[in-house]
Design a protein around this ligand. Structure first.
Ligand SMILES: Cc1cc2nc3c(=O)[nH]c(=O)nc-3n(C[C@H](O)[C@H](O)[C@H](O)COP(=O)(O)OP(=O)(O)OC[C@H]3O[C@@H](n4cnc5c(N)ncnc54)[C@H](O)[C@@H]3O)c2cc1C
Length: 460
């Protein structure tokens, strides 16, 4: 990088979002004479690709979500604010925001980098969120973990076999990387960690159904690796329902419509939604304010230099932009964030700053189970153990902060050798909503509860 001349006047940069895109942009600008404000409604940088590990008790949230303040402790030109951006005044070069106590305030900018990511989409059926949480934030991961572990606890106390079966049935909607990882992890949790911890139930009998409208899971990885994924998932005991759509979800279960058009009801108490995302609402506000265009997921169709059409001072990067239909993955976010920072640096040097964003495809990776991963890199296809080791190496490398990297590595090595998962705190009040949301439970005495039929403990 070219050094910047000393006489450059500090300019105000506002970065919305401390995810991959915003974080890397702010870091790239560390030696610039700029006043950078990084504003996020979360105090942490969340490493989303590992949320499924938190949701199944493998890692704790602190290991994958270091505080933004800690990350920027040594970077004097960055100020971190915990607040929600609520709107824009594009002609006035201002961002409207709301502080945690509800106070509203404005932030002026000379350059604006909008990296607010995307959100779980229920395709217009927001009411499903209650029954089928997504996996996008720390809160989501904690909610999913609470429901999964709560389901096994409820099954242990179920009043009859039907009730027990519905607590021990899990449906994951969406067979992209998140859905595949979740389905595999629930089976692994049940068959390795929980298998001999209960008295009335055999956790290994739990059903995990993975449903998706596509022909095969992980379609983006190509037919060869998707076939490997199918084999591994079946080996784990995941029931695959492809070319199948979730038609309705409620407290009693899911209606699934198969390829033959027939709809069947699956009794289950735990549904996880991994079926769709939509760009942050901030994308819609910018599109409207600038008269720009959005794609079906609400992502802004940006200029080749990642700016908002008609606004060379505003960069839209990461998951909320659509540039040449690039996928919403971490690499695109990181590289587009870096690109926006590089262009701001160039403008400080009075160099042309409208260079086209060039994306370097570094492939994709997905986790299936302990010892099973998939990696696709420019025609190189790894699966099984080599895929898993490569997946592990990639994720450890990108985990922000040395302590987290070391802690995550140790936790995983521990998990590899044994079968324990350490992040399993749960209190009765955490799962009481689940108890209440099911069909009305008849009163049972403690004695009758203990009389629930027992299954033999599996042989160790
Ligand atoms: C479960 C899961 C698994 C994934 N697995 C992989 C994987 O294996 N490989 C891969 O490459 N990619 C994966 N991804 C995708 C990858 O995580 C995203 O592409 C990446 O996080 C996008 O980065 P971003 O900076 O654009 O957005 P984000 O990382 O989503 O960051 C956006 C930030 O903006 C903040 N924000 C949003 N709205 C506001 C507002 N109004 N005010 C203030 N702040 C706001 C949010 O709090 C957030 O911190 C996965 C995603 C998920 C959810």
């Amino acid at each position: 990088m070219e050094p910047l001349p000393d006489h450059v006047i500090p300019r105000r940069v506002v970065i919305i979002g401390g995810g991959f895109a915003g974080l890397l942009a702010a870091r790239r600008l560390r030696r610039c004479p700029l006043e950078i404000t990084l504003i996020d409604r979360s105090a942490n940088h969340v490493f989303q690709p590992l949320l499924f590990q938190c949701a199944t008790g493998g890692l704790n949230v602190g290991q994958i979500a270091p505080p933004l303040r800690g990350i920027f402790r040594g970077q004097d030109n960055v100020r971190v604010l915990l607040a929600a951006v609520t709107g824009f005044d594009l002609p006035g070069h201002k961002v409207h925001a709301r502080a945690p106590d509800g106070t509203v305030f404005d932030l002026g900018y000379d350059y604006l980098i909008v990296a607010a990511g995307n959100e779980t989409s229920y395709f217009g059926h927001e009411e499903l969120r209650v029954y089928a949480p997504g996996l996008k934030t720390i809160n989501d991961a904690q909610e999913v973990r609470r429901r999964i572990f709560g389901a096994f606890e409820n099954a242990e106390l179920a009043r009859d076999s039907e009730d027990r079966r519905s607590w021990l049935t899990f449906v994951v909607v969406g067979a992209g990387p998140t859905g595949v990882e979740m389905a595999g992890q629930i089976r692994e949790l049940a068959t390795r960690t929980l298998r001999d911890e209960f008295t009335s139930i055999d956790p290994t009998t739990c059903r995990v159904i993975l449903a998706d409208g596509a022909d095969e899971p992980l379609a983006a990885f190509g037919h060869h690796l998707a076939g490997r994924a199918v084999r591994t998932l079946r080996h784990l005991g995941v029931e695959l329902r492809m070319r199948t759509l979730a038609r309705s979800i409620d407290a009693t279960g899911v209606d699934l419509q198969g390829p033959d058009g027939l709809v069947s009801h699956v009794d289950c108490r735990t549904v996880i939604w991994a079926a769709g995302v939509h760009a942050s609402p901030l994308a819609g506000m910018l599109v409207e304010a600038a008269g720009a265009k959005a794609d079906r997921q609400g992502r802004i169709l940006v200029e080749p230099d990642c700016t908002l059409p008609g606004h060379p001072e505003i960069y839209c990067v990461g998951d909320m932009m659509n540039y040449r239909d690039l996928p919403g993955v971490a690499e695109v976010a990181m590289q587009s964030g870096l690109h926006s920072a590089n262009m701001i640096r160039r403008s400080l040097l009075d160099l042309p700053s409208n260079r086209r964003f060039r994306y370097l495809d570094l492939g994709s990776a997905a986790y299936l189970a302990r010892g099973h991963g998939l990696v696709e890199f420019h025609g190189l296809k790894l699966s099984g153990f080599s895929g898993w080791v490569t997946w592990l190496a990639v994720h450890i490398t990108f985990l922000t902060g040395f302590t987290n990297r070391g802690a995550a590595l140790l936790t995983w090595l521990f998990a590899l050798g044994g079968r324990r998962r350490s992040q399993r705190t749960l209190e009765l009040r955490d799962i009481q909503n689940d108890i209440q949301s099911g069909p009305e439970a008849p009163h049972t005495t403690a004695a009758s509860a203990h009389e629930a039929p027992k299954v033999p403990r599996p042989v160790r």
